[in-house]
Design a protein around this ligand. Sequence first.
Ligand code: SAH
Length: 349
Amino acid sequence: MSDRIKGLIDKLETEHTLKKEEWVELFDGYTDETREYAAKKARGVSLENFGNKIYIRGIVEFSNVCKNDCLYCGIRASNKNAQRYRLTDEEILSCCDEGYEYGFRTFVLQSGEDYNEYPAKRIADIVARIKQNHPDCAVTLSLGEMEYDDLKLMREAGADRYLLRHETATKSLYEKLHPEKMSFEHRMTCLKWLKELGYQTGAGMMIGAPYQTSEDLADDMLFLHDFKPEMIGTGPFLPHKDTPFKDMQKGSYELTLFVLSLCRLMLPRVLLPATTALGTIRPNGREQGVLAGANVIMPNLSPTAVRKKYMLYDGKICTEDSSSECRNCLSARMKRIGYEIEVSRGDYK
Ligand code: SAH
C-alpha cells in the first residue's frame, strides 16, 4: 500500500502530472509516512528553486464589506454580526509605507466584493500611487470577481498579480458552497481573463470544505495542472460561528500539508504560500507548510484596529499584533526552521 502511494509520488515528481484515479488514490490512501515522504521531496524541489529564502507579502485587508454571500465566509453579506469597516485611500497607502520600512516589496490589497465604494477606477488610482511611492514593489489584488474592462484598467495602472481562488473545480460542489446567484462559470472566466491580461494569477481551494470529496480534490489538481497558475493559495476550511457552515467540521491539517507538497511537485516553480488558515489550525502550521514545500508567507499589514473585523473564520491568528510584531515574529519562526525572509518582489520565474 505505502509502496504504491510512494510510487505515485515519485511519478508526480518526474512527470508532474497524474491521472484522475491516481490523484484519488493518493488522497484516499496517504498516511503520515507517505505524507512525510512527499514533504521531503517537495522541500527539496523548493530548495532547488528558491534556496532557503521565503518571500513575504504584506496583506492590507482594506474593506470587509461584501455583496456576496459565500456560505463559508465570515464576512458574507448576511452576517449581521460582522462590524463593517472601510479604509480610506490614505490609510491604505500608509499601511504600504509602513510595510516598506519592514522590508515588504509586495503589497496585497484584499477585500470583500465592495465595488460600489471601491470601483476599479479608485483601485487603479491607489495602485498607481503605491507604484509611484515604491517603484520597486509589486502590487497584488484580491478583490473577487470583476469584469474584463475593470481588470484591464487596474492592470494598466500597474497591478502585477491577482489572487482569485477558484474554490473548487467541481461545478456541483461550487453550487453547494455559494448562493444561487454566484456563478462557477463566471469565476472560471475571470481566471482566464486575468491570465490573458498578463497578471501573475493565483488560483486555489480550501481543503476539507464541506461536502468536498477526494474526487473533487483530484479535479482541483487536474484544473491547476491545466491552468498553470503562477500562485496557488490553499489552506484548511475553518468554520465561522455566524455562517450556515458553523457546525461543519474543519479541514484536515495533515491533508492540507499533503496538498501543498503535491502542488509543489506538480508545479515546481509555483508561488505557494503557507497560509494564515494553516497557522490558525496549528500553532506551527506555517512552519510545517514551508517544510512541506511552501515558499511564501503573507503576514498582515492592516491597522490593528480593524484586524478582528476581517474574520473569515473563527480564531484567525495575528489579529492582536502590530505589523512590525508580525514581521519580527515571522523572521524568528523562519529562522528556527533554517529559512530566511527575502526582501525582493519575488515574481514568478
Ligand atoms: N473577496 C475576495 C477575497 C476572499 S477572502 C474573493 O472573493 O476572492 C480569501 C479566501 O479566503 C477565499 O478565497 C476563501 O478560499 C478563503 N476563506 C473564506 N472563508 C474561509 C473559511 N471559513 N475557512 C477557510 N478559508 C476561507
